[in-house]
Design a protein around this ligand. Structure first.
Ligand SMILES: NC(=O)c1ccc[n+]([C@@H]2O[C@H](COP(=O)([O-])OP(=O)(O)OC[C@H]3O[C@@H](n4cnc5c(N)ncnc54)[C@H](O)[C@@H]3O)[C@@H](O)[C@H]2O)c1
Length: 355
């Protein structure tokens, strides 16, 4: 695969997304093209460190950078204030300055936490994203949303802070657990459902995971480009960016109901996409057969689709607490058909018709 480049053009800044097989082998050289300073702090987790920590550090050292590595425990629990404080301490011990660079090397947890640390320490230090999970490569590393979780919910403290660049090496997906590969695919299916029927059909037609992985470079490119377009039009999620929340309203409520223990984000979003589409189809809003197609695709990639037996009131309660709601009305995302989505503003009381 040759290198693909997507430029994200925002009103205040433009940054590149590089997508290439084996990109990590020359990451030192790549970083030296965009960063003229000397010191770099890398934040990663234990799993990713085991596979790629040395490779990245050696490559950076070869280019003469002075590097500090901060390794965190894997998993959502690291997206906490406690870990954030630890990261601040480590960065200040380095000591990091505004002229230095921070690298997030890992999945969405590392990207979100490191981005938030970078956006707040010394009132902002430049950072770079090297996403290593499928979810991070197609979604969380692009668009500038960075955050940590608090006791009252996920991602409730955060900011919009864009990286200097995003480096996507598709080869690293080879070590990603199948569970996380399929988890990330839920967001890929979402892009297909809301914006790209060709992508959706391609996913349906792949024989198996092996064929999917053979095509993953093109899939990641397509997803990143959809996200770029949406974010460029609506950086702060006041309009079209909300389309990316397809399946997320119900999905977040499911995750929250089970205390983030039973369903992963991708699994909960999968159920959310199917549930809302089944209802909107019954309400005559969505083309007939769309929910069945979604179901087929979710089954194919071993994702759940059926709403578990949760009391409706509990789900509605969780939805009411979602930060995306506005007073007594809310926005939900529906599809007219596969590849064509829209935002519908409804009174909160109507939400129960869509689940
Ligand atoms: N900022 C955004 O716009 C945005 C969008 C969607 C999701 N998110 C956030 O992303 C997070 C979930 O991200 P995630 O699913 O990547 O979780 P994660 O970061 O926990 O990664 C999943 C697991 O895969 C491991 N891993 C990652 N890359 C690997 C590789 N190449 N080889 C082997 N193991 C690897 C990690 O160690 C971890 O155990 C959530 O916190 C969610 O809120 C943010």
């Amino acid at each position: 695969m040759i290198r693909n480049i997507i430029d994200v053009k925002l009103s205040h800044k433009t940054y590149p997304i590089y997508i290439e097989k084996g990109l990590l082998n020359s990451i030192g050289k790549e970083i030296s093209k965009i960063f003229s300073g000397k010191k770099i702090a890398i934040v990663t987790d234990e799993n990713v460190n085991r596979y790629y920590g040395d490779k990245v550090i050696d490559s950076l050292k070869n280019e003469g950078f002075s590097v500090k590595k901060i390794v965190l425990k894997p998993g959502e629990s690291s997206k906490s204030f406690e870990t954030l404080t630890y990261v601040y301490d480590e960065l200040l011990d380095f000591p990091i300055t505004r002229g230095d660079l921070i690298i997030a090397l890992g999945g969405g947890v590392i990207g979100d936490l490191t981005g938030f640390a970078a956006s707040t320490i010394l009132r902002g230090v430049p950072f770079v994203q090297i996403p290593t999970s499928l979810l991070a490569e197609v979604d969380s590393s692009i668009g500038g949303k960075v955050a940590v979780d608090v006791a009252k919910g996920k991602n409730l403290v955060g900011s919009f802070y864009h990286p200097e660049a995003v480096f996507i090496d598709i080869e690293v997906l080879g070590t990603l657990d199948k569970k996380y590969l399929h988890d990330g695919l839920s967001e890929v299916i979402k892009y297909g459902a809301i914006k790209d029927s060709k992508l959706f059909e391609a996913l349906l037609n792949f024989k198996d995971d092996a064929e999917l992985l053979q095509n993953i470079g093109d899939i990641i490119y397509t997803c990143c480009d959809i996200k770029r377009e949406v974010v460029e039009k609506d950086e702060k999620e006041k309009g079209d960016r909300m389309l990316l929340n397809f399946g997320h309203t119900i999905g977040h409520a499911i995750e929250k109901y089970y205390n983030f223990e039973k369903y992963s984000h991708g699994e909960a979003v999968a159920i959310g996409m199917y549930t809302i589409t089944l209802k909107s189809e019954q309400l005559g809003i969505t083309e007939k057969g769309s929910s069945e197609k979604l179901k087929q695709l979710l089954i194919k990639y071993e994702l759940p689709y059926e709403l578990p037996e949760i009391p409706k009131e509990s789900l509605l309660e969780a939805i009411a607490l979602d930060k995306k709601n506005n007073g007594d009305r809310m926005n939900i995302i529906l599809i007219k058909k596969i590849g064509d989505s829209f935002i519908k503003n409804i009174p909160n009381t109507e939400m129960e018709n869509y689940m």
